[in-house]
Design a protein around this ligand. Structure first.
Ligand SMILES: C[S@@+](CC[C@H](N)C(=O)[O-])C[C@H]1O[C@@H](n2cnc3c(N)ncnc32)[C@H](O)[C@@H]1O
Length: 213
């Protein structure tokens, strides 16, 4: 497994039935079964070609009826699970998948590639509490991992934008990400074609980022 997948795997709680939505390769389901972190795993992907990679990897467990594969858009047609993972897809798609699900598991781990703020907002609206929400550095990039379970919660503006654990604990990976984002903003603000108004807004944003570096 890649570093990113290992960090995601570490956050998945032990469960009876695990579902990996948008599984592609199936590595996480393999690790879940092998480690005994789940009894049964569902692997699903909208693309049959992608799912076939997981089916090939997991064929032994499929024969044992411990893993089941589904070609599906999000949760449609996937039986209910205790814990689900949606990783490696954009935030907008994650939000759509969550909103369109007929039912959602009690616990989920989400790793949106972008727009984590929209994912956080959607989780709160759907009645999920944030258990853990932090940035990791893996395979040369920064990733947000959101661990959530059914319950009531509230996030303030900064927590919605950056993730609660990042705001409260300021982990090294988050500070490094903010440094990168800050440098990008500052060099953008220096461009000749940026209007005075935009520059003011960018610098205002940069000030907020500086607080986390
Ligand atoms: C970049 S891969 C991520 C694979 C894995 N989850 C990971 O984190 O490494 C994205 C996968 O999402 C699948 N996908 C895209 N839209 C989907 C949808 N609406 N429902 C299920 N799978 C989807 C793609 O076919 C692809 O296999």
């Amino acid at each position: 497994m890649t570093e990113r997948l290992t960090k995601i795997f570490d956050e998945i709680p032990r469960c009876k039935v695990f579902a990996d939505i948008a599984c592609d390769h199936g590595y996480i389901a393999e690790a879940m079964i092998k480690s005994g972190k789940c009894d049964i795993a569902y692997v699903s992907d909208i693309s049959e070609k992608s799912l076939n990679k997981a089916r090939e990897l997991l064929k032994g467990y499929i024969a044992e009826k411990r893993v089941f594969g589904f070609v599906s858009d999000g949760f449609h047609g996937v039986p209910e699970s205790d814990v689900a993972l949606i990783a490696g897809v954009g935030g907008a798609l994650t939000v759509r998948i969550l909103k369109e699900a007929k039912s959602l598991p009690d616990k989920m781990v989400l790793q949106p590639m972008r727009n984590a703020t929209e994912v956080r907002k959607t989780l709160l609206v759907l009645g999920y509490a944030i258990v853990k929400d932090f940035t990791v550095f893996a395979d040369g990039g920064f990733y947000d991992i959101i661990v959530t379970e059914k319950g009531k919660d509230f996030l303030n503006g900064e927590e919605l934008e950056f993730g609660r654990d990042n705001v409260r604990e300021r982990p090294a990976a988050f500070r490094a990400k903010m440094r990168v984002e800050l440098d990008k903003l500052l060099s953008y603000a220096e461009r000749d074609n940026v209007s005075a108004r935009s520059k003011k807004q960018i610098l205002k944003r940069a000030e907020r980022y500086k607080a986390y570096v």
